[in-house]
Design a protein around this ligand. Structure first.
Ligand SMILES: NC(=O)c1ccc[n+]([C@@H]2O[C@H](COP(=O)([O-])OP(=O)(O)OC[C@H]3O[C@@H](n4cnc5c(N)ncnc54)[C@H](OP(=O)(O)O)[C@@H]3O)[C@@H](O)[C@H]2O)c1
Length: 249
């Protein structure tokens, strides 16, 4: 049974971007169980309402003005954000020859992953620096760890950008007592992946992992909880593969 003392984010205010579904929803749920006041975020209020945590906020993460408005709303209702998980993102193109990638697909991938992460960081850093405290977790992907032909290049490139941005930022803001770490998941069985990946293909994918299964939302949430919490007080600039061992192969 959980005692008060075991709650790793007690009284922290956390924003998990893109937490109306999938991995983000799992992170928001676990953070709330660990005592955080959580802002659940998505673009769509209906989906966000399903999160069931502290408050629900909406913003297009690719728009600075909307992200700033969301920050003000969270600060008014919950207080300053101590923990930020920049999770919003997704793939926008099909794998294949680079020259067949449309300009729109390229831009959407960069915008929806790298720029949205940049804008979340840009929005919440000044307050964290002023208060000299903060913990940030960015979400990249195993797609950025190696040149796998089944991965769309724009998505991989955007996610690789998140990794190096995380490490640059960790060096910049360490002196302000702000930690910045990155999680790099392999295929996670979110609701949408369960619908998208047929059973037989899942079994083949699982065999490619030393741990012989695909990841769960809970696997990623536990890693995010650890990195966000004071248990990781001397850890910054890390890229943590939550990947069942597959990335090293
Ligand atoms: N699932 C995997 O196997 C996997 C593996 C590696 C990395 N990742 C990464 O993990 C993160 C979460 O993925 P997921 O599979 O859980 O995705 P998901 O189920 O599709 O959920 C994505 C979430 O992000 C939100 N979102 C996306 N773009 C947004 C935008 N521009 N503005 C505001 N909200 C936005 C969505 O909200 P709305 O629908 O309301 O916009 C939703 O809440 C992503 O960054 C993804 O690239 C996932």
């Amino acid at each position: 049974m959980k005692t008060e003392d075991m709650r790793l984010l007690k009284d922290k205010v956390a924003l998990v971007t893109g937490s109306s579904s999938g991995i983000g929803a799992g992170i928001a749920r676990l953070f709330a169980q660990h005592g955080a006041k959580v802002a659940v975020h998505g673009r769509d209020m209906h989906a966000a309402a399903a999160g069931g945590c502290a408050i629900h906020v909406t913003a297009d993460a690719t728009k600075l003005n909307e992200t700033e408005a969301m920050r003000r709303q969270i600060e008014q209702r919950l207080g300053p954000v101590n923990v930020l998980v920049a999770n919003a993102g997704r793939n926008y193109t099909m794998p294949g020859p680079l020259e067949d990638t449309s300009e729109d697909g390229w831009r959407a991938s960069i915008d929806g992953n790298l720029t949205s992460t940049f804008l979340s960081l840009k929005t919440f850093l000044p307050g964290m620096k002023q208060r000299r405290t903060g913990s940030i977790v960015t979400i990249s992907s195993a797609a950025a760890r190696r040149a796998n032909p089944s991965t769309p290049i724009p998505y991989a490139a955007a996610k690789a950008g998140i990794m190096i941005m995380t490490q640059h930022l960790a060096t910049q803001v360490g002196p302000f007592n702000i930690r910045v770490n990155c999680i790099s998941p392999e295929t996670i069985l979110t609701e949408s992946n369960r619908e998208r990946i047929p059973e037989a293909q899942r079994a083949t994918l699982a065999k490619a992992h030393p741990l012989r299964r695909l990841g769960t939302v809970e696997d990623v949430a536990q890693a995010a909880l650890y990195l966000a919490s004071d248990n990781a007080a001397w850890i910054t600039g890390v890229i943590l593969d939550v990947a069942g061992g597959t990335v090293m192969l």
